[in-house]
Design a protein around this ligand. Sequence first.
Ligand SMILES: [Zn+2]
Length: 314
Amino acid sequence: MKAHFFVSLAALLAPPLMASEPVMFCERPLVAQPVAKNTWMVEGLKEELSASNCGHIGNQAFIATPSGVILIDSGSSPHFGEALKTLIAQHSSQPVRWVLNTHHHPDHFFGNAAFDEAQHLTLTTTRALMARDRDALIDNVERLTGRSLERSLIALPDAIEAGDITLGSYPLTLYAMGGHSGGDLVIMDHATGVLFLGDMGFYQRTAATAHTPGLQQWLEELSDLRALDARIAVPGHGPSAPSDTVLEQTAHYLTWLDQRLSDVASEGLGANHALTIELPDAFSTMALTEYEYTRSVMQLYPRYEARLLWGAPH
Ligand SMILES: [Zn+2]
């Protein structure tokens, strides 16, 4: 009886092992930040892919439901996915049963392999882009992070259509957009008012525009998203915040970028001139502004020039 008492006391006094032990990735603790009831996000560093961040630059989010965990995006490597899986297990006794990938960029779906017992889902358009760019994206991640990836582990998710879906017994609404990458899945959780934007939204980190079909399309979709009146948004990069705040900042920057490139093109000044423009103070709180602006000029300016000279759509 006495022995039993001591065992029970020891068990009571022992800290909950799983919760107290930080999950480390790339020599930094991986943190699940609560966003809403049964909903967390894991924020990536506001940096570009590099050896020093081991590729942890994008955000992930997860919802613990009675029939399993829904994971939104899985990071940039199977190795990261394993750490994420350990972190999720500290918050739910249920396994991850569904992985939703918001778009085809590697920082959002290369971690899927760690969740091989789950169903992996994305939009049909996104899946096609993944198939098209997978090999080039693997090369890119390997080059920038200095870590090799097991090619066969980077598999494509199954395709789903936009609209209302129920995962287990948990309802979500999926929106098919394309402003950021050509195939962007945005997820609304009406129960909590959380909008999972993927890279349709960037907050306190300047938007990357390499694969945009056009800034006008992106801006139109952002105003559609504002009409949803979500309570809080989880962007693809940067912290979560009230939905309007995130959508407004992304739209503000993209509107400015679109206007700048149009102005420089219409004055016939060329890309070099566009690169010398001073960035407004309003964007000084955002990370990587100079870096992303320079990339956007190189990627997008030729389209603005072509549109002006030949009336090509942009
Ligand atoms: Zn991203």
